[in-house]
Each structure stands twice: as C-alpha cells, then as structure tokens.
Design a protein around this ligand. Structure first.
Ligand code: FMN
Length: 351
C-alpha cells in the first residue's frame, strides 16, 4: 500500500518529484475560519531555500507557493487546502550521466529494487525537494497550533562533529547555520568549507523544541505522541536517528537519575522530554534528529550501474554540503503536523 499521506485528523498528502513540473501538498482536516494566505506559507518556504549558509546548494529554488483551494477571502474553509510549488530551476541535464548509475547513499538502488523504474533526475521522490511540500503543509499546521499557544522551533545542535554547548538564546538568529553557540557556529562554517573544497559532505544533529504544548496529547497505545513524532522525523530523507528528552543517554542512567521528580510546583527536571507514556505532560517537548551526510559528493566513489557493471562515480550537479540548516524548517513542519493532528484528536476526545 502506498503511503504519501500522514496524519489522522489533520491529514497531509504530498506529491511530485524534484524535476517534474511542480510538487505540492494537500492538507485535509484543517479547521475552518483560520486566517491563511500565501505569505504565511511563503515565509516558511523561504527558510528552506538554499540560502547563504556555507552548506547550501547553488540551486536557486524560487519556491513560490500557490494556494489552489480551501481558502476563501483569507480564511480556511474546512475543505482540502491544495498547495502548489512549481519547479523552476531544475537543471535536469546535470543528471544525464546518472540515468543508469546508482549513487552511493542515495535512494537510487532501493527505488529501482522496489519499482523497477525510477526518475534519475535529482532523485525523484527521494529528493530533498519533496520536503518543500512538507514545509508548506507545516505552515498550515502552525496556524492550527498558534491559537493554542503552541510554538515549535528548531536549531543546529551539532554539525560535522562540532557540538553547540554554550547555548545563548537569540544567537541562532545571528548566523546562517542557526546555531545558538556563536563559537561553535564559526567552527561549523569552516568545517563546511573544508568539506566543500574536498568534494565531501557532512552530517549533523537538529534539536527541536515545542513550547506551550498542553498536557494530554498522544493516543496510546500505537499513536503515542513520541511514536508519531519519531515517525514524522524519520520520514525525512537523511534522518537516521531520533531522540526524545535524554534519549540514548537515558540508557546509561540509573532510575534515580533518569526520573523527573514531581512536586507541588510541577516537575523538577525534564529528562523525559515532555512526554510520558506517549502523552504530553505540559513540559517543553525536546527532540533531536540525527542527519547523515548528504549522499551526493564530488569525490570519486565506487558503485555499479543498473547492469551490475562497476563504475567510479563523482557526482556533478548542484548539491548541499550538509542538510543543515535547510532541514530545520522541515523538522519544524513535521513536528507541527503531528501536534496539529493530536491537538484536533484530543479535542475529539472532548475532555
Ligand atoms: C532539505 C534536504 C535537502 C537535501 N539535499 C540533497 C542534495 O542536495 N543532494 C543529495 O544527494 N541529497 C540531498 N538530500 C538527502 C536525500 O534526500 C536523502 O539522503 C535520500 O532521500 C536518501 O534517504 P536516506 O538518507 O534517508 O537514506 C536532502 C535532504 C533534505 C531533507
């Protein structure tokens, strides 16, 4: 069964490929009466564009969104919202020599095994460009969350093995990598330059914080909030791991260290990351997504073509050196979509 739709009450379907005429999303289940126009969505898309960050692809993605349905006189109508983004800067000829070759680390080999046919231009549906549709849908989800006082933001926690440790709120708005530790941001930028010059790429860790989430969101036992958040983040290309709260570190703690004690004023700490038994507790939700290095690299690598013949490949074309910071709004969008879904589902519970 195909799976291009995500969510239960707030449902997002994405469609389209990297080098087709357009891609987009259909959002179904958005409540009526919310103020929404193209500028609201455009703001989100602009943050996903290849910008000035040293990790960015030289591809100039215009990413102008058109809202085709579901909005009347600036307000959502409760009917499906169709969001369209035309692909205007797709240099498909760059990919001609990849027609029969599998790029190491990319979806080429796996797509061929599954479908027996693939769009080699940019990776088709496995392209990072598919995430533009998610970001557009995330902008709509944020409109559902805002009246409930829920705010989602992401920042760069780690890049190329350099971790942000001296966290200064507000600092992430001052550098292109959206890293709240200014010294670490400088080191990350020079590591990216080194990688670019060496024809290589880097990975990193995104941290996502949800503020103002009410207690009670999440549907035991299979649609627990943490389960849905992990799925939402893992469904983004390059994401290889998700942590919630103390995450993998919790496995190395004792119960006395890992438990968040409770007192009359609430919790004494937040190692659970704002979720217990799959249900939000009212504390901040803290998530981290580990992103692998971008697969398309200029360095020569061993691979095979569709006939099994060995090929030495150096990928040309316009690629990001690191998925950070472009993936930050994608993570924010996926987390916002999950929360909008669970907020509406909790309203249906009626408590
Ligand atoms: C925002 C974004 C941008 C991306 N840009 C590129 C790129 O320029 N070149 C590339 O090879 N992969 C890029 N990727 C990664 C591929 O989409 C991803 O590695 C591929 O789909 C394989 O999936 P996997 O990494 O989850 O195994 C990007 C991903 C995202 C989310």
């Amino acid at each position: 069964m195909a799976a291009n739709t995500f969510g239960v009450a707030f449902r997002v379907t994405t469609w389209g490929e990297s080098h087709g005429p357009a891609l987009g999303a259909v959002v179904d289940g958005c409540p009526p009466g919310l103020a929404l126009d193209e500028h609201d969505v455009q703001e989100w898309l602009n943050r996903r564009r290849p910008g000035r960050a040293p990790s960015a692809s030289p591809r100039r993605e215009d990413d102008q969104v058109e809202i085709l349905s579901g909005v009347f006189e600036g307000k959502t109508t409760g009917t499906p919202i169709a969001l369209l983004i035309r692909n205007r800067d797709a240099a498909s000829h760059d990919y001609e020599d990849l027609r029969d070759v599998f790029r190491p680390g990319h979806g080429d080999f796996a797509y061929m095994q599954k479908y027996g046919i693939r769009d080699h231009r940019g990776g088709g549906r496995a392209s990072g460009r598919e995430t533009a549709a998610r970001v557009a849908a995330g902008a709509v989800a944020a409109k559902v969350l805002a009246p409930a006082g829920i705010r989602v933001f992401a920042f760069t926690r780690e890049l190329g093995g350099i971790a942000a440790t001296d966290i200064r709120p507000g600092e992430m708005d001052r550098n292109d990598l959206r890293c709240p530790d200014p010294k670490a941001a400088e080191q990350m930028a020079s590591r990216l330059e080194e990688a670019r010059e060496g024809g290589d790429s880097l990975g990193g860790v995104v941290e996502i914080i949800v503020q103002g989430c009410p207690p009670g969101l999440g549907e035991p036992v299979f649609d627990k909030l943490d389960a849905d958040l992990a799925k939402a983040l893992m469904s983004i290309g390059t994401v290889k791991g998700v942590e919630i709260g103390a995450g993998f570190e919790a496995a190395r703690m004792k119960g006395s260290q890992s438990n968040d004690t409770l007192g009359p004023d609430g919790f004494g700490s937040n190692r659970a990351g704002g979720i217990l038994a799959g249900i939000s507790t009212g504390q901040d939700i803290v998530l981290r997504a580990a992103c692998k290095p971008i697969p398309s690299i200029g360095r020569e690598q061993q691979t095979v073509d569709v006939f099994g013949k060995p090929v030495v490949l150096a990928v040309r074309g316009r690629h990001d050196v690191c998925v950070i910071p472009r993936i930050l709004p994608v993570c924010e969008a996926m987390v916002s979509i999950v929360l909008a879904d669970h907020l509406l589902r909790q309203r249906a519970v009626g408590r």
